[in-house]
Design a protein around this ligand. Structure first.
Ligand code: SF4
Ligand code: SF4
Length: 406
């Protein structure tokens, strides 16, 4: 499409990037078919094409209103539209720019600002773990809305103590150790069984996605720099990979190179970190034969795998987990709308609860239709969100594998 960006943005890096993305969009509307918010609301302005049009107007200097902000806020950033788009429109990047410009021009009410600030600082704070512990202690007394955000206390089991010549780094994440510590422990046990030591640098922290996607770009990039500083000595010492077991974190860390390209002290390091970053689903298939040998003949279990948007649409890893689960003896059941978001989407379930819970229930209906023994996924946010709406066990697929390995 043709564009005429306003003078105040057209010659900036963000303006040039937005212009190139906008020009790729041919307004065909194919993306509307797979957009969750358009499917729920039926409003063109809650579709990717409509939001692209809104952002084009903003960047061309037209008036910006709270209504524009609302339609952008309702976007899950699931990037399903990117997977569908035949023209390669990088909608996610455009949205980051669009949201930032809109938020500069439309101040949010005090309550909304306080909530966003509490999410940004609270979820990434060292106080999150004690707060979660307290929440778990009084969980039976919590109202249903709060209970949905506080998973029952989980035992992580034993951590491996052996050393191996093969070493990789593991990002533990900000909320995952407090909410479901078994995911990190299970990951280290599975890798240990395969002869790989996962090192967990204590000074690494949040990947930066929480702050970045709440429009605090500086805060998100500061988190990224902190992780690069924590990991770099291990990279120089020859660590093989940086392992991600939360697909949301993986999607963010793989973008470090792009996000820090204009930061000379960090640009090259960030690029190297992004290259070394791998989701567990990219590392374990190479070891499927060894896993199968160790598992022997375990009884088959009927499972469904919900691929998070950050795995299938952002990282573009599709089918690898399902293939691995089949290779180690699971019966992976098909279900409808595998491409659809479960509604978790980072902090979306707090900021847009109505849409979020509609999507959760729609996803659970599809996942439970084939009557699985267990629902598997690959991201802490999706796992906790889905678990809040069902009695069917929900876990990370690496936990399932760890259990099978015994
Ligand atoms: S984003 Fe892609 S699919 Fe959607 S209208 Fe533009 S070109 Fe078509
Ligand atoms: S990112 Fe997801 S919710 Fe947002 S416009 Fe694209 S498909 Fe729709």
């Amino acid at each position: 499409m043709q564009t005429a960006l306003a003078d105040w943005i057209k010659d900036t890096p963000a303006g040039r990037e937005a212009d190139a993305i906008l020009r790729k969009c041919v307004h065909c509307g194919f993306c509307t078919a797979t957009c969750p918010t358009y499917q729920l609301l039926g409003d063109e302005l809650d579709s990717p094409r409509g939001r692209i049009y809104l952002m084009k107007q903003v960047l061309e200097g037209h008036a910006v209103t709270a209504k524009t902000q609302l339609h952008l806020d309702r976007c899950l950033t699931c990037r399903n539209c990117e997977t569908t788009c035949p023209s390669g429109v990088q909608y996610g990047r455009l949205l980051d720019i669009g949201r930032s410009v809109v938020d500069e021009r439309v101040p949010r009410p005090l309550g909304a600002r306080l909530l966003r600030s509490a999410l940004k600082e609270g979820l990434t704070s060292p106080l999150f773990a004690p707060a979660m512990k307290l929440g778990q202690a009084v969980r039976p007394l919590l109202p249903a809305s709060l209970k949905a955000k506080v998973p029952a206390k989980q035992d992580a089991g034993a951590w491996p103590t052996r050393s191996h010549p093969r070493r990789m780094l593991l990002l533990e994440g900000c909320v995952q150790p407090a909410m479901q510590p078994n995911i990190n422990a299970a990951t280290t046990r599975v890798f240990d069984a395969l002869g790989i030591e996962l090192v967990r640098p204590a000074n690494a922290g949040c990947c930066g996605a929480i702050r970045y996607h709440l429009n605090d770009h500086d805060g998100g990039l500061a988190d990224a720099r902190g992780n690069i500083d924590a990991w770099w000595p291990h990279v120089e010492a020859g660590c093989e990979a940086i392992v991600m077991n939360a697909s949301g974190c993986g999607a963010m860390v793989k973008e470090y190179g792009y996000l820090l390209q204009h930061d000379p002290p960090y640009a090259d390091k960030a690029m190297r970190i992004a290259e070394l970053t791998k989701d567990v689903a990219e590392l374990l298939p190479a070891l499927a034969g060894e896993l199968k040998r160790r598992l022997g003949v375990a009884p088959a279990q009927r499972v469904v795998f919900h691929p998070p948007c950050t795995l299938q649409h952002a990282q573009k890893i599709r089918g690898a987990v399902e293939d691995l689960l089949r290779a180690v003896g699971a019966e992976v059941l098909p279900f409808a709308e595998t491409h659809f978001c479960c509604g978790s989407a980072g902090t979306y379930s707090v900021l847009q609860p109505d849409l979020s819970y509609q999507l959760r229930d729609r996803k659970l209906a599809n996942l439970q239709a084939p009557q699985p023994d267990v629902i598997l996924s690959a991201n802490i946010g999706c796992i906790a969100h889905l678990a809040s709406g069902t009695d069917t066990p929900v876990m990370h697929w690496i936990e399932w594998l760890d259990r099978r390995l015994g």
